[in-house]
Structures are given as structure tokens and as C-alpha cells.
Design a protein around this ligand. Structure first.
Ligand code: EPU
Length: 337
């Protein structure tokens, strides 16, 4: 256990903050020992994944824990489906690359920063796929009862960048393992415009869309728009794409024909927040040590020196300007830590 641990290098926005204590665990028994230690020290518990979706507001008076468990275990296999259990501490992208040796469905989620354990928390998604589609269950330890629990995908309450782990179980659950249900037959999801174009070009050249080629293309698309947290501090999309009622979506589309809108099953419309932010004049614009990315206005970046105050000042200014212009209120995606 490290006392007075600096968390700056453990969150991808590189925000400053010192935790009373920090420890990683390599087994469930190590985790249980840490919970006892925390109780003795009078500290609460906070769980950190890859730190790529958290907003650190300052010092943390708790024991911050992180899984160092990275095992991948095939549970069962038929001609159609393979079930694989993956430990929470595994780096998400490494798992996506390895997954294609046993099954398919995760290719479009390549290069998303973070850990396997963090993936269900906000139901990560990209290019027409959400992790919920390939997830069978989540195994973890409930802190209040100290009992191991298995939540089926249905019990995880998945929504757009949402799950029970952000709501009812927030602060009370340590995700230990995720069980994936992958397809043995590769059926690529190519509905995202740039992926469809790439696939059409491949066809014209008589090349096949293979799982490895799809992963390479997803990485190329991501790298062209989204800054690598290793180079430029960021937490991916800083805002969720807002979902507005039917009448409001229709009115906005009529007034701004270029606004990208995505009709939802219930008649509501999801709007491209990046477009709204760009039109509000924030693309590539900085306020102090934080700015909105030049290639994708939905991504808040910092110069590595930003404080929580810098980030909230920019967040509030963007929310205010988008609301004034479009009467749409943006909601941040990263979770307060
Ligand atoms: N757009 C602009 N200006 C911008 C950014 C985007 O006009 O600065 C327009 C684009 O031209 C496009 C539309 O907005 O027509 C959508 O942009 P994009 O395809 O880049 O995706 P997004 O809706 O901005 C979402 C996810 C991303 C995910 C991509 C691809 C959210 C909050 N973000 O972004 O997820 O990679 O779709 O599927 O849902 C993340 O959650 O951290 C993340 C990066």
C-alpha cells in the first residue's frame, strides 16, 4: 500500500490529486485483505480502472484500489458462440486484439483507452457497437455485503454510456471479471459511414474484410480524430451526445440542416455534440490550460498543467454557449472520482 499516492499519472486528463492510500490487488484474497486494511485505517474505498473516464476533483480521502488481475479464460465454446471470462485489470485494447483468436464482435471497440473492468461501467461504444452487445455477465465484489455477485447483462441496466455501475452500484461494487459472449462467425458491423466506405474500397480491390484488418482500420480512424492520452491528456469524449425529444430534434434539424441527428427507437433524436460545440465556436479553442480538440470538438484536452478548476471552467463555458445557441444542455461523460 502506498500512502499519500499521487494520482496524476493514474488519470489520463493528468489532473492533480493525492490519495490517502493506493494499492493494486492481484487476487480476490488480496482485495479482501485491502478492505480489512482500509477499515482499520478508517478509509473508504474507491475503485480506479485505467483512469481514462474519471474527473479528479482534488485530493481523495480514501484507499484507491486498482485490479492487477489480467487472466483470460475460455469458459465454453460451440460452433456459434464462445464465452470468455476476462479479468478487470486487463488493458481493453490488448483484450480486443487477442479476442479475435477466439471470437468476434469487439473489433469496432479497438483502441478505446481503459481497462476491461471499466468497459461495462459506461457501456463503452464506438462505430456502431456497444460492449453490452457482447457481454454476458459481470462478476464483482459488493463492498457493503462483501459478497461476490454475478450480474447478468440484463441486470447491468445498460443504456447509452450508462449502467447500474454508474447508478445504484456506484461506490459499492468492485468489478473483478467480465464474461463476454463472442460470435465464432465474423460478421463485421460496418454501418458507420467511414467503415462502410473502407469496406466498399476493399471489395473493389477484391480484398476481404478480416477481423485484423477491421481492427487496423478502426485504429486508423480513431487516431485521425482522437488524441492519444499518452501524448495529449484527455478523457475521450468529454460530453455525451444529447438525446432530445422528437419535436425538438425535428425543429433543430429544420433550422440547422447540417446538424447530424440519429433517430432513436423511441422517436427521440441523438444529436452530435461535437457539431454543436464546433458551431458554438469551441473547436480548437482554449481557456487557460484546457481546450477543445482541433480534430474532434467533443474531446477536452489539457496541456498537462490543468487543474480541476481549469477543466470545470471550460466545461461550464462550453455548456453555457451550446445552451444559449441551441437550447440543448450537454452532460459530461467522465465520472467525478
Ligand atoms: N462533428 C463535427 N465537429 C466535431 C466533431 C464531430 O461536426 O468537432 C460531427 C462529425 O462530422 C459527424 C458527427 O459529428 O458527422 C459525429 O462525429 P463522430 O463520428 O466523430 O462521433 P461522435 O458522435 O462525436 C461518438 C462517441 C465516440 C465514438 C464515435 C464513433 C459519444 C459521446 N462519443 O462520437 O466515443 O468513438 O461516436 O462511434 O458517444 C467516447 O465515448 O469517449 C468516444 C470517443
Amino acid at each position: 500500500m502506498i500512502h499519500n499516492a499521487d494520482l496524476r499519472s493514474l488519470n489520463t486528463l493528468r489532473l492533480p490529486g493525492v490519495a490517502d492510500a493506493f494499492a493494486s490487488f492481484a487476487s480476490v484474497s488480496e482485495l479482501l485483505t485491502l478492505l480489512d486494511d482500509a477499515e482499520r485505517l478508517g478509509l473508504g474505498i474507491k475503485v480506479l480502472g485505467g483512469g481514462s473516464n474519471v474527473l479528479l476533483a482534488g485530493d481523495i480521502h480514501a484507499l484507491v484500489i486498482q485490479s492487477a488481475m489480467t487472466r483470460v479464460q475460455v469458459l465454453s465454446q460451440t460452433d456459434a458462440v464462445v464465452r470468455v471470462a476476462v479479468d478487470a485489470g486487463k488493458v481493453w485494447h490488448d483484450w480486443v486484439v487477442e479476442s479475435i483468436a477466439c471470437g468476434h464482435g469487439l473489433e469496432n471497440l479497438a483502441l478505446i483507452p481503459g481497462s476491461v473492468g471499466a468497459a461495462p461501467v459506461q457501456n463503452i461504444g464506438a462505430y456502431g457497437v456497444e460492449v453490452a452487445q457482447c457481454l454476458e455477465s459481470v462478476v464483482g465484489l459488493q463492498l457493503s455485503t462483501r459478497q461476490l455477485r454475478v450480474l447478468s447483462a440484463g441486470e447491468c441496466g445498460f443504456g447509452y454510456r450508462d449502467s447500474v455501475f454508474k447508478r445504484e452500484l456506484s461506490r459499492d461494487f468492485v468489478i473483478l471479471r467480465v464474461v463476454f459472449r463472442l460470435q465464432r462467425v465474423f460478421q463485421p458491423e460496418l454501418s458507420y459511414g467511414p467503415l462502410r466506405q473502407w469496406a466498399d474500397n476493399m471489395k473493389a480491390e477484391s480484398s476481404d474484410v478480416t477481423p485484423a484488418a477491421l481492427i487496423r482500420e478502426v485504429c486508423a480512424i480513431r487516431s485521425s480524430k482522437l488524441p492519444s492520452p499518452a501524448e495529449i491528456p484527455n478523457a475521450g469524449s468529454f460530453f455525451k451526445n444529447p438525446v432530445v425529444p422528437t419535436h425538438m430534434g425535428q425543429a433543430l434539424k429544420a433550422r440547422y440542416p447540417a446538424l447530424p441527428v440519429y433517430p432513436q427507437a423511441d422517436g427521440s433524436f441523438k444529436l452530435a455534440a461535437g457539431w454543436l460545440i464546433e458551431q458554438a465556436g469551441w473547436k480548437g479553442k482554449w481557456l487557460g490550460n484546457a481546450g477543445m480538440h482541433t480534430e474532434q470538438a467533443l474531446v477536452l484536452v489539457t496541456n498537462g498543467q490543468a487543474s480541476y478548476g481549469d477543466v470545470t471552467a471550460l466545461k461550464d463555458a462550453v455548456i453555457r454557449d451550446v445552451a444559449e445557441r441551441f437550447a440543448v444542455v450537454l452532460e459530461p461523460e467522465p465520472q467525478p472520482f
